[in-house]
Design a protein around this ligand. Structure first.
Ligand code: SF4
Length: 426
């Protein structure tokens, strides 16, 4: 196996493979086994203990400890005496992210291995690999499954609508049971998920890490990365960078070193964490490490694992208005914050950009009212992004904000990619 990076200064270039990304795409099972060996048979207890010791945290956005999820699902199986279901979320609905798409293209069997290992750990009899309609991942995974006819657990690839929110965890479960791909609220899915059975949902990258932990152990996994969030992570680098793409870095790698991999200097603004992320001032935050604890300290989030750089002269207000308008349209409009709150924020931002002084006060009143009121977290992400834009402009670009309020036209061009499956190249 290729040596793992041990220090941010040793980061590999964007197309290089490492723990998760072998250099050759679409590898078959034989080559996969030659690279990392076959998935060892471990007991449910042994696997759960290994994942716990590794400190693996979900790589889909929320960063929840995987061992706690496994323990909750396993406990629910014991309580209900019904076999669990494992769902690998391979959808990647955020248009700034392409990491799971690239991972599946390069290592489909690693993702499947992880889901199979998790199925053993929680005693599941069904594994669902959920992909977006039209995604190449559907075919890649289907072909990979033909090479594994003897799996003891039933594995299927299921295509869900290619919409931003269709891959939210409860939306996925609802779709699998009813064909309706809208979020279903804050459900105890670990106990009552697909078919009313205990269900483990994690994203593709998380399962790929789990597959390697099952092979090489917690010590190997934690030999790189930030001590509080060990291992490596995939990151999509996009926007105004010379070499956009997906790279694997140790958690805690600095923003400066990561951007250097894309041929970019850390200056200006970047969106970190996707459409529900935050604006980062690169001139000030270049030394920050990309790990949850370090980012949290400065009010940031790793989110969907993307860093989208704005070109010089870009306007945070205009970019945020575009994103929030997109998010307002993407909402499932089942509850008030989605139906009324997000369109109102989008309208206020557009009004502010056009010089409406009252819009700023309206936004400051509106954001706390909407935050936390949706049945899912969709409005919260939009509120956080808007607050981040207003705070950043106020602190770092007060003159620019004043020009907007004075009605001076802003001719900055749009950068952050919007729309399903668009934008970032891999
Ligand atoms: S907040 Fe929006 S996306 Fe979430 S459940 Fe309510 S309507 Fe659906």
């Amino acid at each position: 196996m290729t040596a793992v990076m041990t220090h941010p200064s040793e980061l590999l270039p964007p197309t290089a493979g490492d723990r998760l990304l072998p250099a050759r795409p679409g590898i078959g099972l034989t080559v996969h086994h030659r690279r990392v060996g076959a998935l060892p048979h471990r007991s449910a207890t042994e696997l759960a203990a290994m994942v716990d010791a590794a400190g693996l945290q979900g790589r889909g956005g929320a960063g929840f400890p995987t061992a706690r999820k496994i323990a909750a699902v396993a406990a629910a199986v014991g309580k209900t005496r019904r076999p669990a279901v494992v769902v690998a979320n391979c959808c990647e609905g955020d248009p700034t992210a392409a990491k799971d798409r690239v991972l599946i293209d390069r290592s489909p069997h690693l993702v499947i291995d992880g889901a199979v290992a998790a199925a053993r750990a929680v005693r599941a009899d069904r594994v669902v690999l959920a992909v977006h309609h039209g995604s190449p991942a559907r075919q890649t995974l289907a072909v990979a499954l033909t090479e594994r006819p003897d799996e003891r657990v039933r594995i299927e690839v299921v295509a869900v609508p290619a919409r931003y929110l269709a891959s939210e965890a409860t939306a996925l479960l609802r779709f699998l049971d009813t064909g309706d791909a809208r979020p279903a609220g804050r459900l105890p899915i670990w106990e009552k998920g697909v078919e009313g059975r205990p269900t483990l949902v994690d994203n593709a990258e998380t399962f790929a890490h789990l597959a390697l932990i099952a092979r090489f152990g917690a010590g190997w996994f934690g030999a790189v990365g930030h001590p509080a969030e060990p291992g490596t992570m995939l990151l999509t680098l996009g926007g105004a960078v010379p070499r956009p793409g997906v790279i694997e870095v140790p958690t805690g790698a600095s923003v400066r070193d990561v951007l250097a991999c894309a041929g970019s200097r850390p200056t200006g603004w970047a969106l970190i964490g996707g459409l529900a992320g935050r604006w980062m001032n690169l001139d000030r935050s270049a030394g920050i490490g990309l790990s949850t604890p370090e980012l949290k300290e400065i009010g940031m989030t790793r989110g969907v694992g993307s860093l989208t750089v704005l070109p010089p002269g870009a306007c945070l207000l205009q970019e945020t208005t575009r994103i929030v308008t997109h998010q307002a349209q993407a909402g499932a409009r089942q509850c008030g914050p989605c139906m009324f709150g997000l369109p109102a924020i989008a309208a206020d931002l557009a009004a502010l950009a056009a010089g409406d002084h009252d819009a700023l006060a309206r936004l400051h009143r509106r954001l706390p009212v909407i935050d936390g009121r949706g049945a899912c977290g969709h409005p919260d992400g939009t509120v956080a992004l808007t607050a981040s834009a207003l705070g950043s402009m106020n602190a770092d670009e007060p003159g620019h904000l004043q020009r907007h309020l004075a009605g001076v036209p802003c001719r900055a061009s749009a950068t952050v990619p919007l729309g399903a499956m668009s934008g970032v190249r891999s």
